[in-house]
Ligand binder design. Sequence first.
Ligand code: FAD
Length: 446
Amino acid sequence: MKTIWNQTCRIPRRNELPGNLDTEVAIIGGGLAGILLAFYLAQEGKQAVVLEASSIGSGQTKGTTAKITSQHNLIYQKLLTDFGESALNTYARSNEQAIREYKRLIAARSISCCFETKPAFLYTMKHPDAIHMEAMAARSAGIPATEVTDTELPFAVKRALCFPEQASFHPLKFLEALCSTLTVFENTPVLSVKDHTLITPHGRVTANKIVFACHYPFPLVPGYYSFRMYQEQSYVLALDHVPELKGMYLGTDPDGLSLRSAGKYLLFGGQNCRTGHPNPAPYDTLSSLARSFFPQSQAVSHWSAQDCMTLDSLPFIGPFSRKKPDWYVATGFGKWGMTFSMISAHIITGLICQKKLPWKNIYSPLRFRLRPAAPRLASHCAESSMGLLKGLGPNIMRCPHMGCRLSWNSADSTWDCPCHGSRFDRLGHLIAGPAQTSCRPHKLIP
Ligand SMILES: Cc1cc2nc3c(=O)[nH]c(=O)nc-3n(C[C@H](O)[C@H](O)[C@H](O)COP(=O)(O)OP(=O)(O)OC[C@H]3O[C@@H](n4cnc5c(N)ncnc54)[C@H](O)[C@@H]3O)c2cc1C
C-alpha cells in the first residue's frame, strides 16, 4: 500500500539473516517500536538484532498520521475514573516526556525528518461537556490544556481542547536515520519462538532476551493477547491543493475526523471501524467530506492502517508473561504508537538493563483489572465467538490464526479477520498478523 511516507522515503534494504546467530537481545519487528528499542539498547552497550519479516517501517508505521502527542482522544477523564490520579499523572508525564525526547534526539543527531512543534486539538460538534471534562482531567495532570470555540477548521465546532507544544514528523525519514547503525535483518519472519530460540526460514537465533515488537504478539500462549486485544482500522486520504493547518486535529464524536498538514498535503482520516467489519465505501465518504470542506482539494493517495486496541485502553509494555521471564512485549498502542513506541523503548531498555523506572507499572502487561476492561470485553468476546462459529462452515476463507471466517474488504481488496485483525490480500497472502502464514486461496475469491 502506497502512503505519502513510503512514496517520499526509501530506506536502504538490508540482507536477510545469513544463518544461525547468538545475541544478547533479539527484537521481533522493525517498525517504530522495534527500531527505537534497538537504538536505546545500543546506547546502553547491549548487542541487539532486529528480525523483520518484510522491510523496516513496512508495517503499520508506514500508514500512521505521525502526530507525536500526549492528546489521545478522551483518555484523561477515563483514566481518572478507572485508574485514579496516580495513573493519570503517570500517563500524562510519560507521554509528554516522550515528545520532549523526540525533540532532543532529533536535534542532537540532526535528523532531517520534517519534525515540527505544533499544537494538537480535540474537537466536538456535539458534546462540549465531554471536552470540558477532558480539559479538567488533563489540567489536573499538569498539561497546560486550554478550551476554545474558534479554530482554523473549515467547519464550526462546539468546543475544542488545545494541548500546546506537541509535534509531527516524517516517520520513515526518522527510522531511516535511526536504523543506520543498527543490525537489522529484513525478509526474516520469525516463525516460532521457544524459550531463548527464534526460528526463521534462514536460520535460528539464540538470545538471552526476546522482545515482541511485531505489532501483534503472535504466540497464543502464554500472555493470551488474543483475548485481550482487537484491532481497529482507519482510512486516510492525502489531499493536495488545501490550505495548511497550523494545528493537528481529532474529532471526538463517532464520525470525527483526523486532520494534519504534512508539507503541502493534508492528511484527512476517519471512518474508524473494527477490522473485519463491513465499511462499504470509506474512501468515497472521506472524499466527499473533503470536497465539501476543501472544494479545490485533490486526493493524491489513500490508504488504511490498523492498530491494536486493549480492552482497558492502556498499552501492554513490559514483561510478556510471568511464565517467560526473558520475553518482553510492546503492543496495544490504541493508535498512539508514536509516543508509546518511545515509552516502550525506555521501559524495555530499563527492564533489560535493570534500571529503575518511574512509570512502568501502569503499562505492565501483567496487570488485570476487570472494571475498565468490561465494556470492550463483552463486545470482543461476542465478535470473536461469532467469527469462530462462522469459521466452521464449508467453502469459506478462514484465518490461519484461530480459524475465524474472514470478511471481504472491498475498499482495500483484502480479506480481514473480525476476531483479531489479521489481513490478507485477495489471493490470501499475509499482509498483517497475528496470523503468521498466508491462508489457502479459495474459489470464492471475488
Ligand atoms: C490510520 C492510523 C493513524 C495513526 N496515526 C497515529 C498518530 O498520528 N500518532 C500516533 O502516535 N500513532 C498513530 N497511529 C498508531 C501508530 O501508527 C502505530 O501504533 C505504530 O506505527 C505501531 O508501530 P509498531 O512498531 O508497533 O508496529 P509496526 O509498524 O506494524 O511494526 C511491526 C513490524 O513487525 C514485523 N513483523 C510482524 N510479525 C513478524 C514476525 N513474525 N517476524 C518478524 N517481523 C514481524 C512487521 O513486518 C512490521 O514491520 C495510527 C494508526 C493508524 C491505524
